[in-house]
Design a protein. Structure first.
Length: 112
């Protein structure tokens, strides 16, 4: 009795990221995190310029100092996105999406 082994040669899927190895793994999550941080900052500044107030007491104090604001909304998020594994950014991205949604809702309520 002979044993016959069949080797399956499945056709590999092509992806723009596969050729680069793991170098670009997690880039979309990191970019999403950084863009949501910047969108939150822009929406907050728009709301402040319209006369609304910041609810977060830490951010309220940072709005008076440009260097503190840049550290809190640019430098620290860059450091987090660079150092934290991308899968761990998912809860932060979801929370930031909720915050940005809240900001958009408040601005829409203000205008209408």
């Amino acid at each position: 009795m002979a044993v016959v082994w069949q080797v399956s040669r499945a056709r590999p899927r092509l992806s723009i990221w596969e050729g680069q190895g793991k170098r670009y793994e997690g880039v979309p999550l990191r970019v999403s995190y950084l863009l949501l941080q910047q969108l939150d900052l822009v929406l907050t500044l728009v709301a402040i310029s319209l006369g609304l107030s910041e609810l977060n007491p830490l951010m309220r104090n940072m709005l008076t100092s440009l260097p503190q604001l840049l550290v809190a909304k640019v430098a620290i998020p860059l450091l987090i996105a660079w150092r934290v594994p991308s899968k761990l950014l998912i809860p932060a991205i979801l929370l930031l999406a909720v915050v940005v949604g809240w900001n958009v809702k408040e601005l829409l309520v203000f205008f209408f």
